[in-house]
Design a protein around this ligand. Sequence first.
Ligand code: LLP
Length: 423
Amino acid sequence: MTTPLNEQLNYRDNQLHLESCSLSSVAEQVATPFYCYSKARILQNTARCQAAFSAHDIGIHYAMKANSNLHILHLISSQGLGVDTVSAGEIQRAIAAGIAAEKIIFSGVGKSAAEIRLALDTGIGQFNVESAEELALLSTLAQTSTRPVRVALRVNPDVTVNTHRHITTGTRGNKFGMPPEQALQLFRDYADHACLNLCGLAMHIGSQICEAAPYRQAVSRLLALTKTLKAEGVHIRCLDLGGGFGIDYGNGSSLSFSEVAQVIADTIHTEAPDYDGKVVVEPGRSLVADAGVLVTRVNFVKEAEPRPFLILDAAMNDLMRPALYQAVHPLLTVSYADNRVQRQFDVVGPVCESTDTFARDYPVSEDIQAGDLMAFLCAGAYCSVMSNSYNSREIPAEVLVDENTVQVIRRRISQEELMAFED
Ligand code: LLP
């Protein structure tokens, strides 16, 4: 296991810093646990992503489910990116963050009528439709729309992806998308529809994918369908290839933006050189994950057999990925001394569930004590957004650092506030 430190997250004077802020000084101002993000890292990730994809004229829609904090959304969209949304709530957030409606794509396998209506009223740029049933509902609701509604059909390209089984989405048996043959038939059925403009194909094959080969295979399947449609007189104007680009959680594997961009461009160039529509991708995790940490305090060092427990004040409801996907988030002490001897711990939270376990047999310096600060790395994506208040725990604050300034971008949600919903 290597520790994925980076230009913005590193030790200085034996203290873990995010940009110029030492995390222990942030912890003097903000109660633990809290999420802390680096503005510069998010901007740098976004710029690298743009450089890689724009070189091949590929557009980017940030999959905001990864981190939908309004400040983060504003930061990313102000760089010119659109967004991929999966609920009415995300569309409302995108609009609140100042994102133009036409830059919003609405994905999702189970859109309700109310959500579709909100999206139509908002005038979003594209619906990614996942079933014949959804298309039928959309066609009914779109009748009152004043302009044609742009639709892409999400195809399940049935490719095998080497990632956790809970986050593959483009394999037969997954609930997402439809087989290419069904998409073809729907294009025929809706060819001259008065309100719907079926003009795109979409896919998303999974998340945390660290190899480019499945993209080549899946894009190739979409292009085959594009060619069949073209022969029938249907011109695809947008290929939405989804996201899923893996980041390094400490095991050394990831997928670079430039590699996946090159594979997509090569596949299109080789297999459909005359394709002249748009191509877009929807990265989420890869823009924000390594820009964030979850800062937590040790509540107890509990001596036990076969190993001692490190009991933190963060729990599975603040960082759910280990409990859900057996994900490992590298964990570091905020204060560092290089000559410390390490000892193996089981690292757990205080929630009354055995699955509230972050790591087993994990090395931490042996002199760790109650009250010490620690940080889980790679906590910028799918952490805060997946948090909840199980065990009546408060929802942690989110903090954005910009060089040496610290801004609370979501205050901690207190127990009083949580209880106020039950008045
Ligand atoms: N587009 C669509 C339609 C998606 O469903 C997703 C993610 C993305 C784009 C962005 O994928 P990304 O680039 O972030 O991998 N909670 C899980 C991840 C679930 C991803 C769901 N869909 C985790 O913590 O690993």
